[in-house]
Design a protein around this ligand. Sequence first.
Ligand SMILES: *[C@@H]1O[C@H](CO)[C@@H](O)[C@H](O)[C@H]1NC(C)=O
Ligand SMILES: *[C@@H]1O[C@H](CO)[C@@H](O)[C@H](O)[C@H]1NC(C)=O
Length: 200
Amino acid sequence: MVYRQGGSIVVVVLCWFYAKCVSSYGLGPCPKIGYMDLFNITAFTGHWYEIERSFYLMELISSCVRVDLELNERGQLEVDVYSRSRMSGIFSISEGIATSTKKDPSILLYKVSSRLPRIVNRYLPGAGYYQIVRTDYRRYAILYSCSNFHIFHIDLLWIWARKKEIEADLRVKIYEILAINNLDPERLTLPKNKNCTDDY
Ligand SMILES: *[C@@H]1O[C@H](CO)[C@@H](O)[C@H](O)[C@H]1NC(C)=O
Ligand SMILES: *[C@@H]1O[C@H](CO)[C@@H](O)[C@H](O)[C@H]1NC(C)=O
């Protein structure tokens, strides 16, 4: 995985530990994904739970990820990511601000202002552009982020839902949307959401 930090690029080699990581690399530039119609940032606020993702998170923080989005007075989303750690209970793993871009409201520029040590931050999705590929606001959201490098790109795919678990028919629908956009659901991995409590 590659994260930009202060203009330089830090390559973290994780693929030895995580075979699926390899499929996050693609040859050529980032694929163009069509924008969703009339993205409504207000309707997108509230609690979301992580259902699936294509990127690596440390085992420590790999379960029960919740994202809270709140609209501030400047029309930006204030983003808080929480996780329940096996070792230390519940904590906020990152915070930041997401701003709709001129290109399209569904493309958000995310800036992180995190409290966590850098070693942990490296395993989290970092600052950059995130596209809301599709959401129905009530049940699910599909997020995509991609960075171009010289002859290849690295991307990530993230599925959120309003509930901790989703029904099989909704999963089928989400996978259909991914297929239409040439995004491979095979890359997704299921975080461990069992035993997530409501008290965070
Ligand atoms: C956006 O969503 C909010 C909250 O659901 C709603 O009140 C508002 O009418 C929506 N705006 C548009 C333009 O659809
Ligand atoms: C969930 O909690 C139960 C009872 O506390 C425990 O037996 C089980 O192993 C837990 N499952 C996971 C996936 O942590």
